[in-house]
Structures are given as structure tokens and as C-alpha cells.
Write a protein that binds this ligand. Sequence first.
Ligand code: MGD
Ligand code: MGD
Ligand code: SF4
Ligand code: MO
Length: 729
Amino acid sequence: MTTAARPVATATHCPYCALQCAMTLTPDAQDRLEVTGRDFPTNRGGLCRKGWTAAELLNSAERLHTPLRRRSDGSFTEITWDEALDRTAAAIAGTRRDHGADAVGVFGSGGLTNEKAYQLGKFARVGIGTSRIDYNGRFCMSSAAAAGRRSLGIDRGLPFPVSDLDEADTVLLLGSNVADTMPPFVQHLSGARARGGLIVVDPRRSATANLTRDGQGLHLQPAPGTDMVLLLGLAHVVVHEGLVDEEFVGTRTEGYRALVRSLAAWWPHRVQALTGVPAALLRTTAHRLAQGRAYILTGRGVEQHTDGTDTAAAAINLALLLGLPGSRHGGYGTLTGQGNGQGGREHGQKSDQLPGYRAITDPAARAHVAGVWGVAETSLPGPGLPAVELLASLGRPGGVRCLLVHGSNPAVSAPDVTAVVEGLRRLDFLVVADFVMSETAAEADLVLPVPQWAEEEGTMTTLEGRVVRRRRAGPPPEGVRDELWILAELAARLDSPASFDDDAETVFDELARASAGGPAEYAGIDYRLLEETGGVHWPCPPGSSGTPRLFLESFGHPDGRARFVPVRPAAPLPDTAPDADLTLVTGRLLEHYQSGAQTRRVTELARTRPESRLEIHPATADRLGLADGQWAEVEAAAGTARARVQVSADVRPDTVFLPFHFGGSERANLATRQLTDPVSGMPEFKTTRVRIRPVLEPDRRTGGGEVHAASAPTGRATDRHAEEEVTNA
Ligand SMILES: Nc1nc2c(c(=O)[nH]1)N[C@H]1C(S)=C(S)[C@@H](COP(=O)(O)OP(=O)(O)OC[C@H]3O[C@@H](n4cnc5c(=O)[nH]c(N)nc54)[C@H](O)[C@@H]3O)O[C@H]1N2
Ligand SMILES: Nc1nc2c(c(=O)[nH]1)N[C@H]1C(S)=C(S)[C@@H](COP(=O)(O)OP(=O)(O)OC[C@H]3O[C@@H](n4cnc5c(=O)[nH]c(N)nc54)[C@H](O)[C@@H]3O)O[C@H]1N2
Ligand code: SF4
Ligand SMILES: [Mo]
């Protein structure tokens, strides 16, 4: 499929989020690509500011063009691809020989194409032989995914097309700020808004909560981390005020009686006392959800907690009581975040999964996938470690000593980044594949420059489970090499028992075979079908044209029924910060994407949002002696982050908000802890007890607030990276 000549206009999708807005790339007179929105059901021609400006990074002076090796003085030197691949393979082989295959780790991403995600999982399991692979989707979709599988038997973020929402009378949006995180999505809420039915649950008056003003809906503003109680309260009203869809519950679910018992104690006034949401608003919300077409959607605000899986389960329970999932008059879903956050969790990057969304512990799944790979089933490793545990094991006895990172910047985005960076520095060998010198790449022994979205072929799976084509608009710069090629070259150097192709379409066809018969089945999809249709929803067995709507007849469990999963709040989180009296909530700004490695390098976005902003209520700011525009320190048990104060009545007086897009001393994850949900391994990103105090100047030594912060060498201890260690490996 790869062609060297540049076509006039290339139809592809945005490099960033899971809405995968369609765009057309057209070269201008200087051969730079211009972005225009293209009609597609998720965006209908619309793009957000990140999408419009996405092409700038293709020609950025900050792009990496050559493999880089860290010298003993800590600086990077350019090397050839042969040397880079030889050194990487030698480090993997040496670590495997001396410490076992599980001492080699792989960290992947929901930003990778399906082909790369699949190949990375296969490379870990058979090229290296390690169980230690996980990915940044653990920080993103793991709680909703675990809850979806437990209750509904299948995890597809939206089990219906986004455009179904256009017909909604009511949309209950919990912990999601789509107005900033997926702006073109907002058009799908206009029907509900016109009918006064957009109900946003967020402790902040977010841009999305603002969409409910003037009678377009309701904003429920609970204390952070109390959503489960709120959902139990809504379910209590549904059960006790005769709003249950009894036919649906009787024919399509299991476990109703136990659920009803579990709801007994959550009467509205008790829930009001615990969440701060008035009992009358709870009643209005419950009654509204029981009329007309209603949808319940969750985002990271309710999922990124130590009880995120159970909170998502509470949302599903509520939806099941109302008969919404798999019905034609409503639905339940979660809004997947990363560009390929959906596909990224289907093809085997997860520590416990094989391609096709199969369990790595399932003997039949192992036999099938081993057959496709041409290896013995017994040679496949078992489950590895979820991301937070994997990162905590770096350089520890029995832990990972050599790590490959593809498509993530955990030095900014993982919880407790101080501990993560210490771990990266304890490693014997760190290899980072990226197209810019991210904060994580800056810690590496070897950096491998890879193409960007507009320079590669592949597929992405959108938030509605639709597989779409990513197309190449032109070649990558000289010196940059595709990850499929890198993995194939490394596998050959490691004498891999399985073969690795470097052509995206060939890899897709293999992925489709590996997924055959699994929950996320792609076996009936090929590039030709994707060209003809513009996109196909999985599951798509051979001969099918895909499944836009799941669960219409049955759920994913063997008996076809959905499960009610009774949940209750756990004890409050331990808090060790002295005098911490405020709750820090972290999240996103419209202009930046994730760790900011990409968007902080786009001029217009960096100019608009050059530094981190701490949103704080006027009364709280007064009490702490903080003025708008001044710098503040956010101190937590794990560490301290800095940000410029933005006084705003949109946050609760007991809550402050920080974005996590910035580097250096402005990393919000200096304050977060490595506490995780026991079911999903999701870190607690949304609530951290903190105290705030004014500072006079931001700490520029660590590069806080500077757009190009990541380019500076980090002063990593170099004695452990002496030449002989690499050559011996
Ligand atoms: N601009 C931009 N867009 C993005 C991204 C980005 O980085 N930047 N990333 C993409 C990705 S990977 C993801 S996962 C999505 C995430 O998209 P969202 O889930 O919309 O993003 P967040 O800002 O993390 O959180 C949403 C809201 O949850 C609220 N919240 C925090 N704590 C709680 C709580 O305890 N309860 C409730 N009910 N709400 C709470 C926050 O105030 C915030 O407004 O966005 C995608 N789109
Ligand atoms: N405090 C706090 N922390 C959070 C969150 C939060 O809400 N609060 N949200 C979490 C969530 S939902 C997510 S998804 C994570 C995301 O956080 P990260 O995993 O750090 O995601 P990105 O910043 O997108 O990092 C992607 C990196 O890979 C590079 N890259 C992009 N495409 C490719 C590719 O195809 N190949 C290779 N090799 N590299 C590529 C980019 O340049 C960038 O350096 O952050 C999590 N961290
Ligand atoms: S909403 Fe997401 S996919 Fe659409 S243009 Fe913005 S970042 Fe890109
Ligand atoms: Mo995410």
C-alpha cells in the first residue's frame, strides 16, 4: 500500500484524540501540508484547534532525524541505524541472558496504529519472550474497560455510533469535559440541549457544564470522588420511585435482587449530605433518565480513581435498571480518549491480553494466537504487570532492567513522576522511540526517530469501535524509520522464532487472523473494505459488514445476559500530607494534548497556553493570600508542582484544578501518588489532598513553563551508562 509519490490530497484522520475527526491533507506551494476538515460521522467536517494545527509538527525544527546515543558525559550523539539496532538488540539479549526475559520491559500506547500495537505485543511475547508489556491506556481506559467486561461481557467504548446521540432527549455525562477534550463532539449533544436534557456531573463548572446553562440542562457539582455515591442515589430513586424497566431487567439481566438490596441505604438526602448534590436534583435527574431516549456516558473524571471500576459499574447498573444498554431508545458508553485508545486495548499491548481482546490465561486463546504466530503455545509468557507496577519495578531486584518505550511520555504523564524518573534512571538501558525529544526520551540511552501520522499507513479504531484508515500523505524525513521496520529488524537480530513483517497492510491481515473468533474480531476487515466503506465497526467476522450497534440481541456473557454488579464505596483514601485541606483535581485544557510533548511544540497552542494554570476559587485564594496571575506551589505527600494562579468561581472552594500537560516543575504528576484501582490498575489521578502556598518566581532551572524544556540534557547519572556496559550487553 505504501507509495513514494505524494498524492494531491490525502484523506486521513487527526493524529490526536479518539474522535478521530476526518481531515484532508493537501500540500501547499512549499510542499507543506494544509489541514482541512472532512465530512465523517464523528466530526461532520469540524476540527478543534489541535487538529487544525497538527501539521506544523511535521516540519518542526524540534523533530528528531537521526538515532541518538547517550555518551558518558550525558549528552547525545548521532549514530547510524545499524548501530542503534545492534545496540538495542544487544541490550535486550544481554539482559535476557543475564536476568531472564522478564527483565526486559515494553511500554506501548493507545496512540499507536492497530498494526503497531499488535506488532509491539507480538514482539514482546515472541521477539523478546517477556511478559512485561503494558501501555499508557492503563492510565486512560482501564477502569471503564474492566467494568464493561464485567457487566456487559464486552468492552467497546461506545457500543453505538456517536450520531445516535443526536436523537437523545437526555444525556447524563459524568466526569467528561467534551467541550474541551473533543470539541466537534458537542454537536451530537445539541438535540439533548434543545430539549433541556444535557446533565453534566463535574465538580468544576467546566466548559461542558456551561453548555447546560439557559435551560439546556443541569449541572450537578458533587465533591470530587463521590460519583459512586451519587450513582447509587440515582439508582435508589429509580428503584424506589417505580422507574425500573422491568421487562428489560427480567429478560436481559442477572442479579437484580442483590442489586436492589445493595441500594437500600442510599436514599437521596443521605446522598446529598455526602456529595453536596441536592436531593431534588437527584430526583429530577432520575425521572428525566426514565423518559424518552436517554444515554449515560462516563469520562476520566469518574474513572481515574482507586474506585474507578466500581464507579463505572455503578453507572452501568443505573443504565441497566433503566433498560438503556443494547436498546433502541438509549444506551450506555464510555468516551475513549486516545486516538487509538480503543484499538490499543484490543491487540495485545495489555499485560494480560492477546490479540482480539483475548485473555492471555485462556488456553484456547493462547493456542489460536500461537498458531497464527507459528510458535508453540507453551512458549508464550503469562500475564505481566499493569503499568504502574511495571514502572515501579524499574531497576529494582526482580524488576525490569531494560525498557523500550513506544508512544508514551511517562516522565510527565504517569502518577508520581519523581519515582518514575528515578526508576528510568535506575535502568541498565532505556530505548525511546519518538519523533521529538520528550521528557522520557531525554532520559534514554538510545532514542529512535519515528514517522508521524501523516507519514504512515495504518488503521485506528475510533471511540465508537469503527476501524478507519490512516493514510500517508508523504514520506517521513530522511533518517526516520517506521516502527514496524524497527521491530522487524530487532526481531531478526534477536533470532525471533516468529517472522515480523514491516508492511502495514500485511500486518493488518495477520492481526485480523489473530483476532478471529475473539471478542474484538477484525477477521472480516481488510484495507479494501475500509477504502470502500470509510470505516467498519467491530466485531466483524468474515463475510460481515461490521456491527455499528452491539448488544441489541444479547450481551457479551455466554448466557447473553448483562450482570448487575453491586458496589459500595471503599473507605476514604489514606492521606499523609500535613495540613492538606484541598482536593487537587487534574485534567485537560483544550489547547494541549496529554503530556504536551506534541502540542507544546506547536506555536499557536504554546503561545495560547504557555504554562500551567491552577484554578482556585476566589474565597480559597483570599484565604491563602493568592492573587490571580501569581505563581503557587501545590504541595502533596508525593511532591510539589508549580503553576500560575487562575482565580475562578468555576471550581468548588474545597477543590483546585491543574492540567497535566506541562513539563519540569509544572508537572501535575509531581503531586499524584501511585495508588491504583484493585481491579483495573488505574491510578488515582483525580483526587489528591494538597495544600497551596504562594511562590515568588517559577523555578526555571528545571525548565518549568518553557516550551522547549524537553530538549535540554537532563544530567542523568552517566556512570551506569559507560560504554563497556552497552557493548558487553
Ligand atoms: N484537549 C485535549 N483533549 C483530549 C486530550 C487532551 O490531553 N487534551 N486527551 C484525550 C484523552 S487520552 C482522554 S482520556 C480524554 C479525556 O477526556 P475527559 O474525560 O473529558 O478529560 P479530563 O479533563 O481528564 O476530565 C474530565 C472532567 O472530569 C472532571 N472531574 C475530575 N474529578 C472528577 C470527579 O471526581 N467526578 C466527576 N464527576 N468529575 C470529575 C474534571 O473537572 C474534568 O472537567 O480526552 C481526549 N481529548
Ligand atoms: N495527572 C494526570 N495524569 C494523567 C491523566 C490525567 O487526567 N491526569 N490522564 C492520563 C491519560 S487518560 C493518558 S491517555 C495518559 C497519556 O499520557 P502519555 O502516554 O504520556 O501520552 P502522550 O503525551 O500522548 O505521549 C505520547 C508520546 O509518544 C509520541 N508519539 C506519538 N505518536 C507516536 C507513535 O506513533 N510512535 C511513537 N513511538 N511515538 C509516538 C509523542 O511525541 C509523545 O512524546 O496520561 C495520563 N496521565
Ligand atoms: S477533537 Fe480530537 S480528533 Fe478532532 S480535531 Fe480535535 S484532537 Fe483531533
Ligand atoms: Mo487518555
